[in-house]
Ligand binder design. Structure first.
Ligand code: GLA
Ligand code: ZN
Length: 670
């Protein structure tokens, strides 16, 4: 059985008598899987060493009778009060040196060995217990790793772990001192055991130390979860293991985490996380789906898909009629094999009372239930064939955790962010309906006709070589401002002028620059006049390098801002500023045209068009993300599978095409 739709279910929040009704309603709306248990440590182990799995067994059994399978979550993101009282050193210590208390979740230090011992014991018991249960198909160890562990914890145990990590990396303390530039402000260490975890200082920080701290932190979390994954693999060899990612969240290196999993999952809340944004830009949502697919380069699951209003203390906007479906269809279009909604029913107590489920507090099916029921009925029949299908991207955007770490602690312009720049380029490509992969700088680049590498701030000789090789083989590389500034331990390079060795590839030098802190600059690209933002690299082009755009104000008026160096096959572009929309649009159009990337369809601005394919075929999704009607055009031989009138979409409506059926039928008929 292939799984397409599911829900996150918390039977322990509801009376036993209700479970049967839930299972029936789920079955009726096409639910095939539930995730359960991921915060219920106290239910599984109410007292030390006394395990009780009977409640979950029963829930799994009830659901199983309705053909609904179970993914078990290990509850290690919520250690119970008895454990914390017995071992208070499990509580994390933040950068201010304060102990974070019990009462929320993730109140744990992930290096703490006592805590790890309790986890091993519990996960060992759980996995042995569920290994042979025919209704259990997979595991989600912990929940949203990295969530709430940002910059935590700085306790003694983490300090020792950090020192150990550094010793392994640098082997001698002299090398550490050199790598971190500790001659500055007398930060030199005589021994690894003198190194501190980065508590809040009287003033300033060492950027090299902070970069290594963040890398260490990622490795710590990977080690923390590997402990559980190893136990699950040993005891439940036939079950899959996945984890719920959070798009561009960066505490854990998600590429490395993906190596430990069978497939990646994602928590998708396009309505925005209430407190920050009432709603996310649809291209940002698309980007987070694409980055999640890219972490393992394969199709993925949505483990939590928005199913109503989001909210903790305050709430987001109500999804409009049709919008939940449009978001779910978007996730499928970008490569999701299955969509699991968070959550089945709004809880009537606790922090997340206002994070709305498919069912309201009353438990009576309403608008969300009916809408999502209709969605499963329409989509499930065609999703079997689509299993494993993903968009085939000709354009890649380099996405690197190291660059994000380095620029986050030293953004230079406070408005500048690495991920933010990646999203700006993504948006321009998304406007053209061009499929994009995010690319680990360690992976092979050769499949992409265009590679956009924003803010290549930290640079290594190996990465330089890869870029040279890529362009030599005909690739089109886009480099941007602040390229080649630092080495990989976050120290400014001094051997050459900016942008370092890649200046040879781009055919430029940068002797001078301007940080556009609270400022912008006029920018001229052909006849288009707009603004450059964030930063201005004042580019001196080599002979033979074409100037595409110049600055049109300030002391560097008429100096080059965007350049292109053409080679026999490939090309290297350099963008010295953040071009505002009109020029970004113009620039991306040029790059796509020169790379010969064209789409044979078009649409109005409120519509997203995404193609995905596998060995069975290719499908085109056309989704209206707005409250206005939208129009689009596709070739006549595309076969409309879902939808009526092709070419027009009502608000939040979607159409799905099989792009091959008609032509192949036609071929057969001849
Ligand atoms: C995350 C978590 C869930 C829940 C939702 C809503 O995605 O994984 O447990 O907390 O957010 O807040
Ligand atoms: Zn700690």
């Amino acid at each position: 059985m292939k799984i397409h739709f599911g829900v996150d279910y918390y039977p322990e929040h509801w009376p036993r008598e209700r479970w049967e009704t839930d299972a029936r309603l789920m079955k009726e709306m096409g639910i095939q899987v539930v995730r359960m248990g991921e915060f219920s440590w106290h239910k599984f182990e109410p007292e030390e060493g006394k395990y009780d799995f009977s409640w979950l067994d029963e829930a799994i059994g009830v659901l199983g009778r309705y053909d609904i399978k179970t993914i078990v979550g290990t509850p290690t993101a919520a250690p119970p009060a008895w454990l914390i009282n017995k071992h208070p050193d499990i509580l994390p210590i933040d950068r201010e040196g304060r102990t974070r208390g019990f009462g929320g979740r993730h109140h744990d230090c992930q290096s703490n060995l006592t805590y790890r011992k309790y986890i091993s014991d519990l996960v060992e018991r759980m996995t042995l217990h569920y290994a042979l249960n025919p209704n259990v198909i997979g595991w989600q160890p912990d929940n949203e790793l990295g969530n709430s562990h940002d910059e935590l914890c700085t306790c003694d145990s983490c300090r020792r772990a950090f020192q150990h990590w550094l010793k392994k990396k640098y082997t001698s303390v002299e090398k550490l001192n050199e790598a971190w530039g500790t001659n500055f402000w007398s930060q030199n260490y005589n021994d690894f055991n003198e190194v501190f975890t980065p508590r809040i200082t009287a003033s300033g920080e060492n950027p090299s130390m902070i970069l290594d701290w963040r890398r260490f932190h990622s490795d710590l979390i990977l080690g923390f979860i590997k402990l559980q994954i190893d136990i699950i693999r040993k005891n439940c060899p036939t079950h899959f293991i996945t984890h719920n990612y959070m798009g561009f969240s960066d505490t854990v290196n998600y590429y490395k985490l993906a190596d430990l999993l069978d497939f990646v999952s994602h928590d998708n809340y396009p309505g925005g996380h209430f407190a920050k944004l009432p709603q996310q830009d649809i291209s940002d949502v698309a980007a987070s789906l694409d980055v999640v697919r890219s972490y393992k380069n394969q199709s993925y699951w949505i483990m939590e898909e928005q199913s109503g209003i989001t909210g903790w203390e305050v709430m987001g906007r109500a999804p409009k009629p049709g919008q939940l479906s449009a978001w779910a269809v978007q996730a499928i279009a970008h490569g999701a094999d299955a969509v699991v909604y968070f959550r089945w029913r709004s809880c009537s107590f606790g922090t997340e009372e206002y994070w709305h489920g498919i069912l309201p507090h009353s438990g009576n099916p309403g608008r969300s239930y009916n809408e999502l029921k209709e969605l499963s009925a329409k989509l499930a029949p065609i999703m079997d064939e689509m299993q494993g299908a993903v968009p085939k991207a000709e354009v890649g955007i380099i996405y690197s955790f190291d660059q994000e770490y380095a620029l986050r602690s030293q953004p230079q312009n406070p408005r500048l962010s690495y991920t933010g720049q990646c999203l700006k380029y993504y948006k321009a490509l998304h406007d053209h309906n061009v499929s994009v992969d995010f690319v680990d700088p360690e992976r092979d680049f050769s499949q992409y006709r265009v590679l956009i590498a924003p803010l290549q701030y930290l640079m290594s000789p190996e990465l330089e070589d890869k870029y040279f090789e890529y362009v030599k083989n005909g690739g089109r590389l886009v480099l941007t401002m602040r390229c080649g500034v630092k080495n990989t331990t976050n120290i400014c390079m001094t051997e050459r002028d900016l942008p370092g060795r890649l200046g040879e590839l781009a055919g430029i030098k940068i002797y001078d620059y301007d940080c556009l802190n609270e400022a912008d600059v006029d920018l001229k690209y052909n006849d288009v006049i707009s603004k450059g933002d964030m930063w201005a690299d004042i580019i001196t082009p080599d002979e033979g390098t074409k100037v595409l755009a110049v600055y049109a104000s300030d002391f560097y008026k008429d100096e080059a801002a965007i350049t292109c160096r053409k080679y026999e096959k490939g090309a290297c572009y350099y963008v010295g500023t953040e071009p505002r929309e009109k020029i970004m649009e113009e620039f991306i159009r040029t790059v796509l045209k020169e790379a010969d990337i064209n789409k044979d369809y078009e649409c109005s601005d409120n519509i997203e068009m995404v193609t995905k394919s596998n060995e069975n075929g290719e499908w085109l999704f056309v989704i209206n993300h707005s409250e206005a009607e939208g129009t689009y055009k596709v070739p006549d031989n595309f076969n409309l599978m879902i939808g009526n009138d092709s070419g027009t979409l009502a608000p939040f409506e979607y159409h799905i095409y099989d792009t091959r059926v008609k032509s192949s039928n036609h071929a057969l008929a001849q």
